[in-house]
Design a protein around this ligand. Sequence first.
Ligand code: URA
Length: 239
Amino acid sequence: MARLDRLLANLGYGSRREVTDLVGRSRVVLDGAVVKDSGARIAVTADLPQRMTVSGQPLDPPAPLTILMHKPLGVVCSHREPGRSVYELLPHRWRAREPALSSIGRLDKETSGLLLITDDGPFLHRVISPKSHVAKRYRATLDRPLAGTEAALFAAGTLVLESETEPLARAVLEPVGEREALLTITEGRYHQVRRMFAAVGNHVNALHRDRIGGLDLPDDMASGEWRPLTPAEQAAIFA
Ligand code: URA
């Protein structure tokens, strides 16, 4: 159970005072009836957005919330980096949500594809924990033709990236063309895929993530689109 004013404030609808004002102006409706008391205690269930409206619009999904996004090129994953961020693709008030939304790992500004954004800390840690062995698959378009020796080198688990001392974990490379390959990695080191190809004398011209664990980026999801992750999709990540 949560107090209505706290629930709405945590979803970014305004300060507790502003939310109390919304309630006073009969803008909050639950199960067809105007809610009169901003201190009312509400059971926060997943179906609340189907039962509550705020100013005529369905309530935003309460926490825990995970978003599946097709990240476009040219946007950053960090609040701190300069430039337009993935958070700006979401409703403006979501920036005031508490707990805050953050991306599960990061994609470079110039990498597109499957990105998860969540306010669920334990879920985030489970996805990124090395213990979970959640693999991430990238489609890399290369500057030069593959030499044919990359797959064996990446699979050996001995490659040490420049300015590092710890070898990379084994990775799986599947060529899909002369200058195109799928690369599946289980770690998330800085610019890892680009640096792996740099280590074999190549250069990544385009990079796209199409899979996290057993979850594929849906084919029908256009660049920049997003929606809540379904429970089945959440389970698929660890399948
Ligand atoms: N590896 C990279 O080099 N960039 C990404 O965005 C993700 C993995």
